[in-house]
Design a protein around this ligand. Structure first.
Ligand SMILES: NC(=O)c1ccc[n+]([C@@H]2O[C@H](COP(=O)([O-])OP(=O)(O)OC[C@H]3O[C@@H](n4cnc5c(N)ncnc54)[C@H](O)[C@@H]3O)[C@@H](O)[C@H]2O)c1
Length: 368
């Protein structure tokens, strides 16, 4: 071995699911010198072949293994990182393949699970296998998100007493993002109880199943209040044009406030006056550090990934409790001790009335 820095290990990664997010992950692994993209899997051979061609444009991947069967690919490659990017109703079966594979890290997409019952089963599998896991709440790497976090952490808005998140997209797409970044602004302090309401049945049969609209409050044990407003009835974010990125995520403190708009910059009012700046959610920008910090955690247990499973699981508990409150009424204490199928419960309990929309342009999504 030569002098200077020790050789950086290259971790062998495979990615299962070659849709939009699978390609984002595979591209980021291929481009990162700390990883070797060793295999990709899709159930559809044509999609798999097309993905391999595209990925070879990022970098020549001479040894890239292709398989329509995730289990067979794992057996052949024996990856260090098992990554899957599938629709939200496909989680536990792939967690089980990843846990049994001997991989050191499993990377997967939000939301962690559709229900608390499934989330608890996923947690058990990850804990039992003692495998590291990360969940893709990667918007946090946006410069505008980081700026807002820096302002809050600097103390410029004083002591935080309120965090909030709104999005026009429905909960199965957007709520886990809102919850995760507001928990980040509150240093991931635990939540004590949750109370919520839900309206609109149209999206309860979508592949991203959720009520059309969910709103509620969270009491964090450090006294901070969380307010979430997600879906058809959420307020507009006029600073942002693109419907999916109309999200406002922020914190109020004793001396001011700071907030990020997912598709359009940030703003803060502090003792130093009004500040604002640019920024927009950008997959390419955000994926590179998200993937790079997986290598940091694999290198060193003392460098846990900012988007680690334990944090995403805290968010899943809050989401599930909002749903449960809408089903059962009243406040729901955390942590949850019993897993249930909240989506089934919502199908039984959300009133059969068309959701009332805030934005006329939302009618293209909330049709039923
Ligand atoms: N983090 C983010 O910013 C972000 C953005 C968009 C989507 N997402 C999430 O990413 C996930 C995937 O979304 P997408 O947009 O890539 O979807 P997609 O439809 O483009 O791709 C999903 C892929 O999964 C494959 N698949 C489906 N069922 C499978 C199974 N049983 N076994 C193996 N493969 C299977 C499909 O063939 C497809 O290739 C969702 O959970 C979504 O919510 C996250």
């Amino acid at each position: 071995m030569g002098q200077g820095r020790p050789l950086t290990p290259r971790y062998r990664a495979i990615v299962v699911g070659m849709g939009k997010r699978g390609m984002h992950h595979a591209t980021a692994f291929a481009a990162n010198p700390r990883f070797e993209l060793a295999g990709i899997s899709s159930r559809d051979q044509k999609r798999l072949d097309a993905a391999a061609v595209k990925l070879n444009e990022v970098k020549t991947l001479g040894d890239l293994k292709l398989s329509t069967d995730a289990r067979a690919l794992v057996a052949e490659v024996k990856p260090d990182v098992f990554c899957f990017c599938t629709p939200p109703n496909v989680r536990l079966s792939l967690i089980e393949i990843g846990s049994a594979s001997g991989a050191k890290l499993i990377a997967f997409e939000k939301p962690v699970a559709m229900t608390s019952a499934e989330g608890m089963a996923i947690k058990r599998a990850i804990d039992t296998a003692r495998v590291k896991a990360v969940v893709s709440h990667q918007h946090r790497y946006g410069e505008h998100y980081k700026k807002v976090k820096d302002i809050i952490a600097s103390g410029a808005i004083g002591t935080v007493h309120l965090v909030y998140g709104t999005a026009t997209g429905w909960a199965a797409h957007m709520l886990s993002h809102l919850v995760d970044y507001t928990m980040w602004f509150n240093d991931y302090g635990p939540a004590e109880w949750v109370m919520g309401q839900a309206a609109g049945r149209g999206k309860l049969t979508d592949s991203h199943a959720a009520p059309d609209y969910v709103a509620g409050v969270v009491h964090f044990s450090n006294g901070v209040r969380g307010i979430y407003d997600c879906g058809a009835g959420a307020p507009d974010v006029p600073e942002v044009q693109y419907w999916w990125r109309k999200c406002r995520i922020g914190a109020q403190g004793t001396d001011g406030y700071a907030e990020v708009h997912t598709g359009g910059g940030w703003r803060a009012v502090t003792g130093q006056g009004v500040q604002s700046g640019p920024g927009g959610m950008d997959y390419e920008h955000d994926m590179a550090p998200y993937v790079d910090q997986m290598a940091d955690w694999l290198d060193d247990d003392a460098k846990p990934h900012p988007a680690r499973f334990a944090r995403a699981y805290q968010g899943l508990e809050i989401m599930s409790a909002l749903y449960r409150s809408a089903i059962e009424g009243g406040q729901i204490g955390l942590p949850l001790t019993i897993g249930v199928d909240e989506i089934d419960g919502l199908r039984a309990r959300v009133p059969d009335r068309k959701v009332l929309m805030t934005l006329t342009e939302s009618a293209k999504e909330y049709k039923e």
